[in-house]
Design a protein around this ligand. Structure first.
Ligand SMILES: *Cc1c(COP(=O)(O)O)cnc(C)c1O
Length: 372
């Protein structure tokens, strides 16, 4: 099986289809290389690095058309760290979760485990379907996921009609942010990490926060709740305003993310990115619809993600074997989310990925299946 050689003529130009870490543009890495002696290995408290943090914050504000009063906040630890930050610094008493995959479940678990918070309400849906938020008296934080990376289900970002006055909406946009359309006025915290749709590297979290969310962080801090310093959201807000982070960030990650946002903004910003991801989505779902052995895992077309495609394979066509052959041919990370346990391939449709490469990937899959 490992001897199967896919002809170069049908292979994608870039073989990286992973959902995170995802493809980083070679141009970004070249730009990083060009500043290797002046930026890398220099103090994050000095102008050279602070200018890159500022460029990243500006790039995000432009890209997402940051509404009046919203702020771009960042700190270390990726999205997983942000869940803990939000548990300590944004949930006043009771949260409600829409959980429809592994990532939503992890945040819900963090809040469930917090001894100083009430038991959250969790609306769950099985893999491939979506769960939604509903108005509930006493809930002060509503949390959902824009795109569930583990299953390839995407939902619109919307406020909860009938929610208590002042209740916050938190949206995990780690993989959806940058691929899917959003109006930030529909959420209070749109948080993400740079190694997915933003096509940079991991290690930091980015949060686009409304004035109400920032106010909530100050309000909770004033209650003297114990908050570990590293997870203190007020510190993150204040450091971000100074174009810094509480502790040392990965400088390469900051630079690559800033570079990538400048590139995406130059291409036409979020509308361009959404269109490009939609083009890749149309290619892969269209191929699956025509295929005799491949079907989209998400049966409701309205929930099918344009950021991450999950494709099931018929009995007798071994997706694991396909992924292995692809990998041996430098087409990598098409394996499904482990815990989903399906005969499936998962393909990133982020704007960094060229839609023509997605088409080439489907051609390669057909070619491999014929030969297995
Ligand atoms: C990848 C991912 C995370 C985790 O991000 P880390 O930066 O690795 O902590 C959280 N939520 C979603 C939706 C993701 O895709």
């Amino acid at each position: 099986m490992n001897d199967i050689r896919i002809p170069d003529a049908i292979k994608p130009v870039d073989g990286r289809f992973g959902c995170g870490p995802s493809k980083v543009r070679p141009e970004g890495v070249e730009a990083l290389s060009a500043v290797s002696r002046t930026f890398m290995g220099t103090s994050h408290r000095q102008k050279t690095v602070k200018e890159q943090v500022a460029r990243l914050r500006r790039g995000l504000a432009d890209f997402f058309s940051l509404p009046e009063g919203y702020e771009v906040v960042l700190a270390n630890g990726g999205t997983s760290a942000f869940w803990e930050v939000a548990t300590f610094g944004l949930v006043r008493q009771k949260a409600q979760f829409a959980e429809f995959g592994e990532f939503g479940a992890k945040f819900a678990q963090a809040v469930t485990d917090a001894p100083f918070l009430a038991e959250p309400t969790v609306h769950k849906a099985p893999g491939g379907q979506a769960a939604f938020l509903t108005a509930e008296a006493g809930v002060d934080v509503y949390a959902s996921v824009h795109n569930e990376t583990s299953t390839g289900v995407a939902v619109p970002v919307r406020r909860v009609a009938g929610a208590d006055e002042g209740a916050l909406v938190l949206t995990d946009a780690t993989s959806g942010g940058g691929s899917l359309d959003v109006d930030l006025r529909e959420t209070d915290v749109y948080y993400l990490a740079p190694q997915k749709a933003l096509g940079s590297d991991g290690g930091i979290w980015l949060a686009l926060m409304s004035p109400a969310a920032i106010e909530r962080a100050y309000e909770i801090k004033a209650t003297k709740r114990y908050i570990p310093q590293f997870l203190d959201l007020v510190t993150a807000v204040e450091q971000s305003r100074l174009e810094q982070t509480y502790n040392t960030p990965a400088l390469a990650t900051v630079f690559l993310a800033a570079e990538q946002l400048d590139w995406m903004n130059a291409q036409g910003g979020l509308p361009w990115a959404v269109k490009r991801s939609a083009e890749s989505a149309a290619a892969v779902y269209g191929w699956a619809d025509r295929s005799s052995f491949a079907t989209p895992f998400v049966t409701d077309p309205a929930l099918r993600s344009a950021a991450v495609a999950t494709i099931d394979f018929a009995d007798g066509v071994d997706a694991t074997a396909i992924a292995k052959v692809l990998r041996a041919n430098d087409i990598v990370d098409t394996e499904p989310y482990r815990k989903l346990g399906r005969n499936q391939l998962r393909i990133a449709l982020y704007p960094t990925v060229d839609p023509t490469d997605v088409v080439a990937l489907t051609t390669c899959i057909d070619w491999v299946v014929e030969r297995l």
